[in-house]
Design a protein around this ligand. Structure first.
Ligand SMILES: Nc1ncnc2c1ncn2[C@@H]1O[C@H](COP(=O)(O)OP(=O)(O)OP(=O)(O)O)[C@@H](O)[C@H]1O
Ligand SMILES: [Mg+2]
Length: 321
């Protein structure tokens, strides 16, 4: 069944993830890393995927680029089904979808120069012309705020922020349409985080990129994302436009994530109470029980809940606007 998880019917869907399940089996145990996750990313938009450590964000990204064969569900790119592609199909897809990896230290081969790291994708695609390779690599280095002189150096000679720029250059040189940026700033100092986010935003506008931006912190994705999906223990529990999610967070887990964000306002900070989400406890209705599914509470705003909760949330939201 097709899932309409976008609020803009006129926008062109670039990526469609439908009922994705990715389970890992270890002996008798099954880890449901991603469970029945559906969302759509439109062309040119930044989609933020947020949730705490271990909730399945990276696994979702890795399933999209074909590193895993999904347990069930389907993934469509530009209308074409891409889960379960063979080696050749995946290679073709690699020039359209690129991933910026979570850890800028371990994702760059320490024995390769920056030049070789950035040029690798083009070489794999069969580019052999040295002049073309040189000019592309140097151009991309400039684009991400590094210089030609950096090309001959090795990853360990760079700071965390610079390494992340190398990771971005390696992805961007392939001229992808979609970039999966997996926590590209989590390992960085706050001051450097803003620089890398600005760089991604700039590249998005200049190159017309579509971005799946993965983060564990809602404050990081707030200004950068058009829409946000919130994950909790392998499930997508809320999905809405960025503004709608911050104005009307409806799932108790999203509310708990928002309550964790400090604001530079001493009065608010004094009042701020951290809400901890304990599913089904304290007499709260259970938003994750067996009879729950991702339901549209109002246009483009989806919440994991039961039909009864959906009705009461819709009423609550109508009263508040
Ligand atoms: N290759 C794998 N084999 C077995 N289990 C895995 C594998 N990859 C991930 N997992 C498990 O799947 C779950 C989700 O992991 P995932 O890396 O997707 O989380 P995440 O949301 O990206 O977390 P983080 O914010 O810490 O990066 C975890 O319980 C993890 O242990
Ligand atoms: Mg991860």
């Amino acid at each position: 069944m097709a899932v309409q998880t976008s609020d803009d019917n006129t926008a062109e869907a670039l990526l469609r993830v439908e009922h994705l399940c990715q389970y890992f089996r270890k002996g008798k145990n099954v880890n449901k890393a991603v469970s029945d996750v559906s969302f759509t990313i439109n062309k040119g938009e930044v989609f933020g995927l947020v949730g705490e450590s271990g909730c399945g964000k990276t696994t979702t990204g890795r399933a999209i680029i074909g590193l895993y064969q999904p347990t069930s569900g389907a993934i469509y790119y530009g209308g074409e089904r891409i889960d379960g592609l063979g080696k050749r199909g995946r290679k073709k897809l690699a020039s359209k979808i690129q991933m910026i990896y979570q850890d800028p230290i371990s994702s760059l081969d320490p024995r390769m120069t920056v030049y070789d790291i950035i040029a690798e994708g083009l070489l794999i695609n069969g580019e052999r012309n040295r002049d073309r390779l040189d000019s592309k690599v140097y151009e991309i280095l400039e684009l991400v705020g590094l210089t030609k002189e950096h090309a001959a150096r090795f990853p360990h000679e760079f700071s965390g922020g610079q390494r992340q720029r190398i990771g971005i250059a390696r992805a961007v040189i392939m001229e992808p349409e979609l970039i999966i940026a997996d926590e590209p700033v989590s390992a960085l100092d706050v001051s450097v985080q803003a620089q890398v986010i600005n760089l991604l935003n700039d590249l998005r506008q200049r190159l017309g990129l579509t971005i799946l931006f993965i983060a564990h912190d809602l404050s990081v994705v707030k200004y950068f994302s058009d829409r946000i999906g919130v994950m909790y223990f392998g499930r997508l529990v809320e999905l809405a436009s960025s503004k709608e999610l911050f104005d009307h967070p409806l799932h108790p887990y999203t509310r708990s994530l928002l309550s964790a964000i400090p604001l530079p306002d001493p009065v608010y900070e004094k009042m701020r109470q951290r809400q901890v989400y304990r599913p089904g406890e304290d007499g709260d209705p259970d938003y994750l029980g067996e009879d729950t599914s991702l339901l549209e509470v109002r246009e483009g705003h989806f919440v994991m809940c039961t039909e009864k909760i959906r009705e009461s949330l819709a009423g609550e939201i109508d009263e508040s606007v």
